[in-house]
Design a protein around this ligand. Structure first.
Ligand SMILES: NC(=O)c1ccc[n+]([C@@H]2O[C@H](COP(=O)([O-])OP(=O)(O)OC[C@H]3O[C@@H](n4cnc5c(N)ncnc54)[C@H](OP(=O)(O)O)[C@@H]3O)[C@@H](O)[C@H]2O)c1
Length: 240
């Protein structure tokens, strides 16, 4: 696990504690997924000085090769297994329908003991838009991922906004809020380091079961967009 990260942080059992991190540590990061999310996070993380490998079923696919060409020496491409092995931190950025297969191709041994940041949402578009959640109430995508990777430290993060905003939480009214959930406090400190480096206020919602809330929170973002016809929003906590 990456070292040298400082934070003032309450544990998983407490309500929505705010994480303040101050230090950035250069890390190797593996990203599973070549869509907007994987490529946007990859570019943002390279901008922070990290070394990023994006993994795919087809490392030669044109959009991935273009991403490598556009992002300089810190960028590389490989298979899902290559990216998982490369990363001290591994980020899950595939479609929900492809996630279990991508994890199998990456092989759980390649992420054992590592921080795994789950950015996916279990979206079901089979009944049109807005989508529904494929799982919820009694479990969540995040919990399923943790069960598929029992030796990894899974943290749900960045799933509540569109890809383009993930790498910059600064909005006209100020920095917006990003929520994380996971069972391991050290892993959440690593997640919080990245979240705050991307200008988000970071709040810890507790254990990975809080992914049930965060995956619905993603639907709130999506339905709000469909209802307003605008897609430039994020949500933030205000207090009296
Ligand atoms: N787009 C957003 O703004 C946004 C915002 C928040 C959260 N999310 C979530 O983030 C995730 C990624 O979204 P996205 O729009 O960037 O990409 P996406 O189109 O949902 O997923 C693309 C990736 O999924 C992989 N994939 C698809 N089917 C697969 C299969 N059968 N086996 C293995 N891998 C498979 C593809 O692998 P190959 O490279 O091999 O083709 C590709 O890397 C999704 O879970 C989404 O719900 C998206």
């Amino acid at each position: 696990m990456a070292s040298g990260i400082t934070s003032h942080h309450a544990g998983a059992g407490r309500m929505a504690s705010t994480l303040h991190t101050t230090q950035t540590t250069q890390m190797k990061i593996g990203i599973l997924g070549t869509g907007n999310v994987g490529r946007t996070l990859g570019t943002g993380l390279i901008g922070l000085g990290h070394e990023v490998m994006i993994g795919s079923r087809d490392a030669a696919k044109p959009e991935l090769q273009q991403w490598v060409a556009d992002n300089g020496a810190g960028a590389s491409a490989g298979t899902f297994a290559d990216a998982a092995a490369h990363g001290e931190i591994v980020m899950l950025c595939t479609s929900w329908s492809g996630l279990e297969n991508a994890i199998a191709l990456a092989t759980p041994a390649n992420v054992a003991g590592k921080v795994v940041l789950d950015v996916t949402n279990p979206l079901d578009f089979s009944q049109g838009t807005p989508p529904r959640l494929a799982v919820g109430h009694t479990t969540s995508g995040g919990e399923l991922v943790q069960s598929w990777l029992p030796d990894a430290h899974v943290v749900k993060v960045f799933n509540i906004v569109t890809a383009a905003f993930m790498v910059n939480g600064r909005f006209a009214e100020g920095n917006a809020d990003m929520f994380i959930a996971g069972n391991n406090d050290d892993a959440k400190r690593v997640a919080a380091q990245i979240v705050t480096a991307f200008n988000w206020n970071c709040h810890d919602l507790g254990g990975i079961e809080a992914a049930r809330i965060l995956e619905y929170y993603a639907l709130l973002w999506i339905v709000f967009g469909f209802r307003t016809g605008q897609w430039n929003h994020a949500f933030t906590v205000v207090r009296k």
